[in-house]
Write a protein that binds this ligand. Structure first.
Ligand SMILES: [Zn+2]
Length: 343
């Protein structure tokens, strides 16, 4: 009984909990999807992320415009394997990042560049968010769609499955991990129109219907001892790439993410005729302001209101907007994304 008496005040239970990563993490919404936690080590990025080749920087395994010299988006983290069998194949258990429900899995590697993958739906701070784990060698046997899973529960085994010509080499074995907002319940209709000649083997759970946030930013924000992590604040504080006006109302995203809809007394009084939407560079709609008919100019279904040029320069790979003759306009990509969002 001597120790507690001598124990300085700083070692209160709360401080101990904060100091021991485990105590802190237990309270955080998102946990690492494998035993690899090197992101939190100083200079640990290369231990945490698998670059696209040994001579490439760790950022190529990160989220963002990091592929093909910045021209191509990578919508998740490639988290390195820690353990292998005697053939050198990865054997790391892949873990649910948070409590949730199994939303979807695909066991046929040939059907997706994700290979065997699994999606879990979570509700964090009242916000639906879907985690995705790809290139698995195995989905945990017995898992069923709709089944609840606990944070840290094994949901599969890391692997190298994919349907791309370029295989994932053993040395860069990883789990591809995404945290996504779900775009539209009417995905099937949009897909038929947008890609008439393509099969959709994954229904609503096609990667095109999942809009990624940066999981590295989220995991780092959670680790910040100064400010408490809030998923809502994280989403709301995305950097705006552009602002658009859509002449649509009542689309599913509004009902799914009402916390992203801002107040506008004029629209509340006169009726909502459309929405002014802030998009980040990955096309995530993170703020939606209802607009009354009297506040909307012009008949166009989609209008580009503004572009944050430095942001477009910094993250150009989605090409949501393009410049023609010195004027910014929505690209075909941008139009297509808005069609999906508002259909
Ligand atoms: Zn990846």
């Amino acid at each position: 009984m001597i120790f507690p008496v001598l124990r300085p005040a700083i070692f209160s239970t709360a401080a101990l909990l904060l100091a021991s990563g485990a105590g802190l993490r237990a309270q955080l919404p998102f946990q690492f999807p494998t035993a690899n936690h090197a992101l939190y080590e100083t200079g640990g990025e290369l231990k945490f992320l698998a670059p696209t080749a040994p001579d490439k920087p760790w950022t190529t395994g990160s989220f963002g415009c990091v592929r093909t010299d910045g021209r191509q988006m990578h919508e998740g983290l490639d988290i390195r394997c820690l353990q292998r069998n005697r053939h050198g194949e990865p054997t790391d258990p892949v873990l649910a990042t948070a409590d949730g429900t199994v939303a979807y899995f695909s066991t046929k590697p040939s059907l997706s560049n994700y290979g065997k993958y699994l999606v879990i739906r979570h509700v964090i701070d009242g916000i639906e968010i879907d985690s995705l784990y790809a290139h698995l060698s195995e989905i945990q046997p017995g898992l069923k769609i709709g089944q609840p899973v606990k944070a840290g529960e094994t949901i599969g085994i890391m692997g190298r499955t994919s349907n791309t010509g370029e295989t994932i080499t053993k040395d860069r074995a990883h789990v591809h991990f995404e945290l996504n907002l779900f775009v539209s319940d009417n995905f099937a209709g949009w897909y038929k129109k947008a890609m008439p000649n393509e099969r959709n083997d994954h229904g609503l759970w096609n990667g095109l219907n999942l809009n990624g946030l940066d999981p590295r930013d989220i995991l780092l924000a959670e680790h910040n001892p100064v400010s408490r992590f809030s998923l809502l604040n994280f989403i709301r504080s995305q950097t705006e790439l552009c602002r658009v006006l859509v002449r649509s109302t009542g689309f599913p995203y509004l009902k799914r993410y009402p916390m992203l809809v801002l107040p506008n007394p004029t629209a509340a009084k006169e009726g909502v005729a459309g929405y002014e939407i802030a998009l980040n560079y990955n096309g995530v709609a993170f703020a939606l302001l209802p607009r009354a008919a009297s506040e909307i100019k012009g008949p166009a279904k989609f209008q580009l209101l503004s572009v944050n040029e430095p942001e477009e320069k910094a993250h150009p790979c989605r090409h949501l907007v393009i410049q023609r003759n010195g004027r910014w306009q929505l690209s075909n990509n941008g139009q297509r994304g808005l069609e999906l969002l508002t259909n």
